[in-house]
Design a protein around this ligand. Structure first.
Ligand code: IMP
Length: 433
């Protein structure tokens, strides 16, 4: 039975939530493997819109088992709010919900450290979501993080928390000059987190074991990536990245599943480009065209509400994503947003100091200076939002899609042209045998 990893092929916000929701109709398990509540996955079902941050998008399909894997950083306060919000809307997923005991906790001091660090960074300011994601991963890598499983051992939790709070208070005061009156209290955090422990205990498990056993039984598993390839801590536009492994490889380490058990990788590719936060963005449009894209695409952050930076489709950036994720296919999303344009541009190469480059550069300083080389294609009249098959696409829209597929050299598995489930055509089912 195939298992599939879904990743963002750009800077996040490609429309992964919709595609995950669509494909979860065919799977028994959905596993989030990295990131935290910095993500915002939007799913529209009928007239209802759901924005999921931490809980996998599979939650909206009754009976699908949802896992928060070990590679995720969990803010239990945010998780409980999300669980309550779903329950209030009649979504009863908890009988099928599991949280890895190896996932790391976000603690209140992580947000404080992030806030102070961002203030001092100058031109290297990341423009984070302010959720404490980076400092929580930093603690994990420094081997001082606190894992979700530790919530089940109150004494151990208090001991580790005490050491960390003392270190963080010292750090905040001495390095960032934070007033001692703002110091964190071990007792307050302990009491708050013991409340979460009681609430979350039934779901905490060795999820690697659960998922591998499911694969042994022949059940289908979808690994749901958050953010996108160019925000990956290793493969992304470092340092303007998030702190987790958002590429396909992260699905293995972030869920405790070996690479031989994941059969396919589907890249979610938006028909144009957006980015939130700082960092290089070669095809960015800071003019009226960019504003038109932002308005037509509703390009405002699902987590922070920040306006997203918008630009033309960048084939160099997405070809890189095809390579580093080993994509077996793509889902091209939000084609309908381009209805409004008379002409469209696709970037197929960059010019750097007079030289043409076709491979995505590793150095952000190079990326900041490249000039996009565009080819222009005609727009179409009317809307693609109501088509029933790709044959119904206006010929210019078809040419635009075909050109992207040709430039990427990868199979077009899914085409999406609106927020609703039925505004989708599946050309090759990535979960078919
Ligand atoms: P952090 O993940 O909050 O540390 O933010 C690091 C960078 O990743 C910032 O530029 C954020 O805007 C960006 N980022 C984080 N999560 C998302 C997401 O879900 N979509 C798009 N950008 C994101």
């Amino acid at each position: 039975m195939p298992s599939l990893v879904i990743v963002g092929a750009q800077w996040g916000d490609e429309g992964k939530g919709k595609i995950v929701d669509l494909l979860t109709g065919q799977v028994e398990w959905v596993v989030r493997y990295q990131g935290g509540h910095n993500a915002g996955h939007t799913v529209v079902i009928g007239e209802e819109e759901f924005i999921l941050h931490l809980i996998p998008s599979g939650v909206l399909r009754p009976g699908v088992r949802c896992v928060i894997g070990n590679g995720v950083v969990v803010d239990p306060a945010a998780l409980v709010v999300e669980m309550d919000a779903l329950a209030a809307r009649g979504i009863d997923f908890t009988p099928h919900f599991h949280i890895s005991d190896r996932a790391h906790l976000i603690l209140p001091y992580h947000r404080a450290v992030e806030r102070e660090a961002e203030k001092t960074k100058g031109t290297r300011k990341i423009g984070t979501t302010g959720r404490g994601i980076g400092p929580a991963y930093a603690d994990k890598i420094a081997r001082v993080g606190i894992r979700v499983g530790t919530l089940l051992d109150a004494d151990l939790f208090r001991r580790v928390l005490t050491t960390n709070v003392e270190a963080m208070n010292y750090f905040l005061e001495r390095l960032y000059g934070v007033c001692p009156s703002e110091a964190f209290s071990v007792d307050a955090i302990y009491d708050e987190y013991m409340g979460y422990a009681a609430r979350l205990a039934p779901y905490i498990a060795d999820t690697s074991l659960l998922v591998n056993r499911a694969l042994d039984r022949g059940e289908r598993v979808l690994f749901e990536g958050a953010q996108g390839t160019h925000l990956d801590v290793d493969c992304g536009t470092y340092p303007f990245v998030t702190s987790s492994s958002a590429t396909a490889g992260g699905a293995c380490t972030g869920s405790g599943v070996g690479p031989t058990r994941i059969n396919r990788a589907l890249g979610i590719v938006k028909a144009y480009t957006t980015r939130v936060g700082s960092g290089p963005f070669p095809t960015e449009l800071t003019d009226q065209v960019g504003e038109t894209l932002r308005q037509a695409g509703g390009e405002f952050g699902a987590t922070t509400g920040r306006p997203r930076r918008c630009g033309w489709f960048d084939a160099v950036a997405v070809r890189y994503a095809v390579r580093v994720n080993g994509l077996s296919g793509i889902a091209l999303t939000k084609l309908d947003v381009l209805d409004v344009f008379d002409a469209l541009k696709i970037c197929n190469a960059y010019r750097y100091k007079g030289e043409l480059i076709t491979e995505f550069p590793s150095d952000p300083l190079v990326l900041e200076q490249v000039e996009p080389v565009y080819e222009e294609l005609p727009g179409w009249s009317g809307s693609v939002a109501g088509i029933a098959s790709v044959d119904d696409l206006p010929k210019e829209a078809r040419a635009y899609v075909d050109r992207i597929v040709e430039l990427l050299g990868v199979s077009l598995d899914v085409l999406s042209f609106g927020v609703r489930r039925d505004q989708t055509v599946v050309l090759n089912n990535p979960l078919a045998l």
